[in-house]
Design a protein around this ligand. Structure first.
Ligand SMILES: *Cc1c(COP(=O)(O)O)cnc(C)c1O
Length: 428
């Protein structure tokens, strides 16, 4: 049995009663929405004490999502890289292929408990939309998904999935037509009918209680992983690595290790075409304090406080904000925030595919890329645990079109063969 919710709450892990992690988080929303948020907070505080709710959540995580997800020792990849041992927490094996189903089931169960008829949400890569549409189908609620037109084109199979699952996909064609604009549109729709609908935020962002609630629902990943890695290796890992978009998969795995001071934690942000270009979404690395979508955090913003257009090869990572707990953990120095470029992510994407037969999501490939870099500097006894947040089926056509392999037939052995193989990835 696994407890899906964090039982021990310490000051690094819990927001205060106003939903603040240090100076970050809180709630900056119109009064009419605040009333609704207060209801959500009260309902959440009640259900996490309710054994019936916890039993239902636990049952669905086990029998529907397929938890616990395994940890896998990527031996061939580790050997090819030459250095520390890389272990993967296989969230890609969950039903729907990513970690997001963990919090979607929790959110939709909560919505049902509160008597809501419809769940609404934004989506970037389409993963949150699919996960929410899935949970809504499972639990019998209506579902509206707001999605940027650019992402709708890029992620066509996920759009089809949502439609088949019974959700209504609403295209957003303002601004950069990506994730941030979809969040804006979904917030507006929520304001129009906050009684029958509930906004199920797709990451550890938004006003209190969402950063806390989504993290709690994702904490099952860390609780399992901490136990599994000790069973497999006899010890805690030297490092835990996760990609950071809004930051939910990272908070999920980090939450169980925050107290283990000997475990270094790394959040990997998308450096896109480079941190010295405007084409990235490295919010913690390059951001400043501001307010977006109802919460205070580090943001990529211009001088007037407008969120900047951001970019990543991974649609799920191109968000100009980041969960408030990440900003806090950065400020106190508990988590290191690093980044990986598009190119590095694609090399990791191909590398993991060829060396292990696992095609990772481009989002997760950022974490794998950073783990590969870090492993090279460590010795063979080192252990790096990577949260493999999702599978890459959604990305295969995009990668083959934009990063074709010059020579498909290339044989790759360990060592140099692996690097030669990566050098054969063209960019176009
Ligand atoms: C959405 C998504 C992410 C980014 O979201 P976080 O909230 O930062 O976890 C990462 N990986 C996958 C596979 C995703 O679908």
């Amino acid at each position: 049995m696994h407890n899906p919710l964090t039982k021990e709450i310490d000051t690094t892990n819990a927001p205060d009663k106003n939903g603040r992690f240090g100076e970050f988080g809180g709630s900056y929303i119109p009064p009419e929405l605040q009333t609704v948020m207060d209801d959500v907070t009260r309902a959440y505080e009640k259900i996490v004490q309710d054994p019936v709710f916890l039993a239902e959540l636990s049952d669905l995580l086990t029998h529907y999502v397929g938890r616990p997800s395994p940890i896998y020792h990527a031996k061939r990849l580790s050997e090819a890289v030459g250095g520390a041992q890389i272990y993967l927490k296989r969230e890609d094996l969950n039903h729907t292929g990513a970690h997001k189903i963990n919090h979607c089931i929790g959110e939709v169960l909560l919505a049902k408990q509160m008597g809501k008829k419809k769940v609404i949400a934004e989506t970037g890569a389409g993963q949150h939309g699919v996960a929410l549409a899935t949970a809504a189908a499972l639990l019998g609620l209506e579902c509206d998904i707001y999605m940027g037109e650019v992402d709708i084109k890029k992620e066509a199979p996920n759009v089809s999935r949502m439609k088949i699952l019974g959700a209504t996909v609403i295209g957003v064609d303002r601004g950069t037509k990506t994730l941030k604009d979809a969040v804006d549109a979904a917030f507006e729709a929520y304001l129009k009918d906050p009684i029958d609908q509930i906004y199920c935020i797709g990451s550890v962002v938004g006003p209190h209680p969402f950063p806390m609630m989504v993290r709690d629902f994702q904490s099952v990943v860390g609780l399992e992983a901490r136990r599994q890695i000790q069973e497999m290796t006899g010890n805690l890992p030297q490092a835990v690595v996760a990609c950071v978009g809004g930051g939910s998969n990272a908070m999920g795995i980090f939450s169980a290790f925050l107290k283990d001071e000997e475990v270094a934690l790394y959040g990997v942000e998308p450096a896109g075409k480079g941190l010295d270009t405007p084409l990235h979404a490295a919010t913690v690395t390059k951001g400043t304090v501001g307010i977006l979508h109802g919460f205070k955090s580090l943001l990529l913003q211009d001088e007037s406080g407008e969120a900047l257009p951001v970019y990543s090869i991974a649609s799920g990572l191109d968000y100009p904000g980041v969960g408030p707990q990440h900003s806090y953990l950065h400020t106190i120095g508990r988590v290191n925030y690093e980044s990986a470029t598009d190119r590095e992510a694609v090399e990791a994407f191909y590398g993991l595919s060829r060396m292990e037969g696992i095609i990772p999501a481009l989002e997760s490939s950022h974490a794998v890329a950073y783990a590969i870099k870090m492993a090279q500097k460590m010795d063979k006894n080192g252990v790096i645990l990577v949260n493999l947040s999702g599978r890459g089926d959604k990305d295969i056509d995009y990668v083959l079109e934009h990063y074709p392999l010059v020579d498909y037939e290339v044989r790759h052995d360990n060592g140099n063969g692996f690097r030669d193989f990566l050098a054969n990835i063209k960019e176009q």
